[in-house]
Design a binder for this molecule. Structure first.
Ligand code: GRF
Length: 200
């Protein structure tokens, strides 16, 4: 499946997907890395791997979210993209875009959903005093971070942890979880059917 990875930043998850996808038997090809932030670190890392990159700067669309998304959609169409993996992409998508890509749009979120939606998830976890934390890959639905969960990985919260140490422990898990989850979706072993996870 021709897959686009959408990023806003350093792109370490993008890199883990791109590296996994280099294996001959991996069911997805990272055909495009698209950023909404000009000069995002991940763009250069993608180019270095020979992956096509594009930037659609949301600030050029004067807060018109759909116009921004139509521009992205056009780039995705031109590149014949079939599947989208969000990886640190910091824009909330409209119902229009989400419905258009329903079942073909996945995201990685740094918490054990449904816990700790939104941003600053590691801070939220520390403040809540949980002993276990982690990350989730889910299908995207219009409601933020509320889509059906494809896969999760857990880490312990250790005494003395701060946001930095905890986020690093979770990030290491993200880098193995996301390629596995993308492979399941790209191969059709996991699908979104009637708003729920179906496993074949
Ligand atoms: C990751 O923690 C991801 O789960 C979150 O944003 C971060 C992106 O990091 N949504 P990177 O750009 O993949 O390194």
């Amino acid at each position: 499946k021709r897959t686009a990875v959408l990023i806003s930043g350093r792109g370490s998850n993008m890199l883990s997907l791109a590296e996994a996808a280099q294996a001959d038997d991996f069911p997805a090809e990272i055909a495009l890395v698209l950023s909404n932030i000009p000069g995002a670190g991940g763009l250069e890392r993608a180019s270095a791997l020979g992956i096509a990159t594009a930037t659609v700067d949301h600030r050029a669309f004067n807060r018109d979210r759909e116009a921004f998304e139509r521009a992205m959609d056009e780039v995705l169409r031109i590149n014949q993209i079939e599947l989208i993996a969000l990886a640190g992409f910091m824009r909330i998508m409209t119902p229009w875009f989400v419905r258009r890509w329903e079942g073909r749009l996945i995201n990685i979120h740094p918490s054990l959903l449904p816990l700790f939606k939104g941003t600053h998830t590691h801070r939220q976890a520390l403040e809540a005093g949980v002993t276990e934390h982690g990350c989730s890959v889910h299908f995207v639905v219009p409601e933020l971070d509320a889509g059906p969960v494809i896969a999760q990985a857990k880490v312990p919260v250790l005494p003395g942890d701060d946001e930095d140490s905890l986020s690093q422990r979770v990030l290491a898990q993200e880098h193995t979880l996301y390629p596995r989850a993308l492979a399941e979706v790209a191969s059709g072993r996991v699908a979104l059917v009637d708003g729920a996870i179906a496993r074949l």
